[in-house]
Every structure is written in structure tokens, then in C-alpha cells.
Design a protein around this ligand. Structure first.
Ligand SMILES: [Zn+2]
Length: 224
């Protein structure tokens, strides 16, 4: 069995076991005893964003929303989800996303997500934004479509300066299909927005297939 297939199988089993079996009464963030997935103390340390913000480039301005700042407990849960396959975090993310969407009255017709390159997908075994996008789509009874792809051997964004991050991603994202979605508002789901470059280039592609707004929603916002 190939290493990649094996990793996918392990991830799949872990995902299933965490969905099927009751949780072990430990907070997913601090791992202390808790009757809820996320204890009150860790939940209280999620620094929520109160308003949307804009990502500007080449005369285009996009409106973006992030549930919280990429700090404290939110950062810890995202890291454990992405790098330690802590899929229980998805339940918390889903709950936070629903609260966020409902409070702000965000409306959308179709949902998609930031894609991973083939190399990154092989390494992680799952797309962290896709799993969240599928959950949100299911809650709001909307379609989740695989609209974008990422190509090229880009350098890891977190190792670059903010300025270089934009250049590194220019042309990296493209549409996977040529269907037209005019009349549909598309919600683009991302995990963490730092420079805004990833979200911007993905949204720029999506603007080619819809004449309506492209909303950007991420779990967390880093500083930029
Ligand atoms: Zn906790």
C-alpha cells in the first residue's frame, strides 16, 4: 500500500472514530476535564472579530469576514486540527461559523473553499477548508462545489515576507470548471487569512463565473 493511501486511510478512520464515538470529556484545546468539547475558559479566550474588513489589490476591493483573530485558543485549535488531525475541532468550527453567519445575516447560494496543491494535500491527507465548507453547506442546505485548483510549486507562504506572499501566489489559483454561476452569491471558505493574497486570488477567479458577490469567510485572521 502506498504511503499516501495509507495516510488517507488513517485520516479517514480517525475522522470516522471521532464522529461516531462520544467525546472523552476533555477540552479539545487545553485537554482539561470539560463537559463540552471546548471548555468555558478556552471558549472565552477566542478573540472574536466584530466587523468585516477589506482586502485591496489592483483597484479591486473584496470584503472578508473572519470569525476570530488567529491568537490564543483559536490558534491552538486550528493548529491541532491541521497538524494533529484533531477532527473534533470541526464541530466547534461549525458551531462558531453558524453563529457568525446568522448574526451577520450573511447569505449565499453556493459554497466553495480554498484548494490545496497536490503536494500539500498528499502531505496533510485532507483539505482543512473543504471539510468546514462541506459542514456549512450541509447546515444551510447549499451545494458545496470544488471550483478551484492550485498549481505550481509555490514556496510556503508562512516563510515569506508579506510582500513576497502576493508575488508567490500570482497565477497559482485557477478555475477547475467553466460552468457559469451568474446570479449566485458564492461563499469562499478559508482557514486562516494572513496577507489576504490567497483569498484575493481565489475570489478573483470566482468573480469570473458569477456576476454576484463573492464572500470570503475564514476561521481566523492573522495580522497583515
Ligand atoms: Zn479548555
Amino acid at each position: 500500500m502506498g504511503k499516501r493511501l495509507f495516510q488517507l486511510l488513517i485520516n479517514g478512520l480517525k475522522y470516522l472514530s471521532e464522529v461516531i464515538f462520544p467525546f472523552d470529556e476533555k477540552c479539545i484545546c487545553c485537554e482539561e476535564y470539560s463537559e463540552e468539547l471546548l471548555c468555558r475558559s478556552c471558549r472565552g479566550r477566542i478573540k472574536k472579530l466584530s466587523s468585516s474588513y477589506s482586502i485591496k489589490k489592483e483597484g479591486t476591493m473584496l470584503r472578508a469576514y473572519s470569525i476570530a483573530y488567529y491568537a490564543d485558543s483559536m490558534k491552538k485549535i486550528i493548529l491541532s486540527y491541521k497538524y494533529k488531525n484533531n477532527f473534533r475541532a470541526l464541530e466547534v468550527f461549525e458551531e462558531l461559523a453558524i453563529e457568525f453567519i446568522d448574526t451577520r445575516g450573511l447569505s449565499f447560494d453556493l459554497i466553495t473553499y480554498v484548494p490545496l496543491s497536490k503536494k500539500a494535500y498528499k502531505k496533510r491527507g485532507f483539505n482543512q477548508s473543504k471539510l468546514l465548507a462541506e459542514r456549512i453547506a450541509s447546515v444551510y442546505n447549499k451545494e458545496c462545489r470544488d471550483l478551484l485548483k492550485k498549481e505550481g510549486s509555490n514556496l510556503e507562504q508562512k516563510k515569506l515576507s508579506l510582500e513576497d506572499r502576493w508575488g508567490n501566489l500570482e497565477g497559482a489559483y485557477s478555475l477547475k470548471e467553466s460552468n457559469c454561476y451568474h446570479g449566485k452569491r458564492i461563499l469562499l471558505v478559508d482557514d486562516v487569512i494572513t496577507s489576504g493574497a490567497t483569498a484575493y486570488y481565489c475570489a478573483r477567479e470566482l468573480k469570473k463565473i458569477t456576476d454576484k458577490e463573492v464572500l470570503i469567510l475564514s476561521l481566523a485572521k492573522g495580522s497583515f
